[in-house]
Design a protein around this ligand. Structure first.
Ligand code: MG
Length: 237
């Protein structure tokens, strides 16, 4: 899982370097696929439930599952969530980040910073003996402090030989409840916050999920192992 995570992270890093005004999301997809295949791994999203690409590329008010396209060019001031995963020797890594395209407005920067803070607050709770609700509550508290919307229709998840395993990991909820965490569990933690009320809908392409109120969306994800030495982020290059 460490190797699957490393490759996924390397792909995300390379995509992040390629993000710039005028670049198409299809180009970003090609960058990610090249990194994953060069590493001898397989794109985890390609063909997953019929998904047609290696990355999800979701711009501004889009939250997740955006489809890469030759026609979709990044513009100065956009934010873009890139989600990417790799399968290596049967194990899956899953990671995402929200990138700024050139200079972005202060609210968008606050959204990205807070989403990242929420992610790390959740990761900090990934310790044996704690409960799943402790992870969820820590993430949700960060969004609430900043008065950001929390997306409730989508969540983090367990991950292993399949990309989406139990448990589902909401980005909100009370602490002290849910599954007791144990060493060896691996979670994909992925806060999804918005500059709005957090309600989302699926668009007409059948894949892209966007905010209903047009508020921009932040989405950042790491695959994290619970170990005797505490939480270990597997999706680092
Ligand atoms: Mg995920």
């Amino acid at each position: 899982m460490r190797e699957a995570g490393r490759i996924s992270a390397q792909a995300l890093t390379e995509v992040g370097r390629a993000v710039a005004p005028g670049v198409s999301t299809a180009k970003l997809n090609a960058v990610a696929e090249e990194v994953i295949r060069q590493a001898g791994a397989t794109p985890a999203f390609l063909g997953y439930q019929g998904f047609p690409a290696t990355i999800c590329a979701s711009i501004n008010d889009e939250l997740v599952h955006g489809l890469p396209s030759e026609d979709r060019l990044l513009q100065e001031g956009d934010i873009i969530s890139i989600d990417v995963g790799a399968i290596h020797e049967g194990y899956v890594g899953d990671t995402a980040d929200t990138f700024a395209v050139g200079t972005i407005d202060p609210q968008s920067q606050r959204l990205i910073d807070t989403t990242r803070e929420g992610l790390y607050a959740g990761i900090e709770q990934c310790v044996a003996g704690k409960r799943l609700g402790d992870v969820s509550a820590a993430i949700g508290a960060i969004a609430e402090r900043e008065k950001l919307g929390i997306v409730r229709e989508y969540t983090g998840h367990g991950i292993g030989t399949r990309m989406h395993e139990d448990p589902s990991i909401p980005n909100w909820g009370p602490k002290g409840r849910g599954v007791r965490l144990k060493n060896g569990m691996v979670f994909a933690i992925e806060p999804m916050f918005t500059l709005g009320n957090g309600r989302v809908e699926k668009l007409g392409d059948g894949w892209t999920v966007a905010s209903r109120d047009g508020g921009r969306c932040g989405h950042i994800e790491h695959t994290v192992a619970i170990t005797g030495e505490g939480p270990q982020i597997l999706t680092i290059p």
